[in-house]
Design a protein around this ligand. Structure first.
Ligand code: COA
Length: 225
């Protein structure tokens, strides 16, 4: 996951089993009573989140749960969590460096019948057919890209985004993708017109990441003309 992120971000991941997964009491309280499998998945995500925060030099702190199931990061931090069978990851950055992060992991296999039609526009599917044929499941890459886009989008706007509200173009040559927002009126004028990300396929997984740089105001002062 690290390779998909800018240097200001840090990621941590768990591949397979990890004996040292930890969850904080505040997080247990926020999660409530859930099946064992969900507890394990949640704890793995929070463990990755804390490892990534430590890699940024930040103290361990709870990552709670928002009203829309989003992770609630300690003040000054943005981040994202993903899990799928056998894999879990979290990515974090300081809010002063990045406005949003969205990451997603998926098993590298074709989507179940009918799902591609449900999450894409006809023109997106046509574009997928033009990508190099071979072992890569482009439909899964598209799906994962949209999930990452949603997580970053939600961080920015706190609004819902449907799969068909974004037109995603995948670039096979450099492992990048661009999501053009078709419908963003509800999110207000500050909502981005597009989001960029990148992907990698390996180890039976598709990993995608979207990051949004923080736009810093131009400073006027000595030396400015
Ligand atoms: C929320 C969603 C993106 C999660 O993706 P997923 O593949 O099911 O599961 P992942 O393991 O990758 O991600 C789950 C994590 O996403 C995070 N998450 C959940 N809701 C979120 C939100 N609204 N915003 C940001 N992150 C969110 C959580 O950290 C969650 O893990 P946790 O519950 O253990 O903390 C997905 O369930 C969903 O609702 N998708 C529909 C919206 C969408 O993707 N639109 C596409 C627009 S192009």
């Amino acid at each position: 996951m690290d390779g998909l992120l800018p240097t200001v971000a840090r990621a941590a991941q768990i591949v397979g089993h990890d004996d040292d997964v930890r969850i904080l009491p505040e997080e247990v309280a926020a999660l409530g009573r859930v099946p064992q499998a969900r507890m394990r998945e949640f704890a793995a995500g929070r463990t990755c989140a804390r490892r990534a925060m430590r890699a940024l030099g930040l103290p361990a702190a709870p990552v709670l749960i928002g009203a829309h199931r989003e992770p609630v990061w300690p003040r000054g931090i943005v981040g994202s969590i993903t899990h799928c069978p056998g894999y879990c990851a979290a990515a974090v950055a300081l809010e002063r460096d990045l406005a949003a992060v969205g990451i997603d992991a998926e098993p590298h296999e074709g989507l179940p019948a009918g799902l591609l039609q449900a999450i894409s526009a006809p023109a997106e599917r046509t574009a997928l057919e033009d990508l190099p044929s071979g072992p890569l499941c482009w439909d899964r890459v598209l799906f994962s890209a949209k999930e990452s886009i949603y997580k970053a989008w939600f961080t920015l706007t706190r609004t819902w985004l449907d799969f068909t509200d974004v037109f995603v173009t995948v670039h096979s040559a450099d492992g990048s993708f661009h999501g053009r927002l078709i419908e963003r009126a509800a999110a207000g004028k500050t909502a981005p017109a597009g989001l960029d990300g990148c992907f990698v396929v390996g180890g039976g997984l598709v990993l995608t990441a979207v990051t949004v740089a923080r736009v810093r105001p131009l400073r006027s002062g000595v030396g400015d003309r």
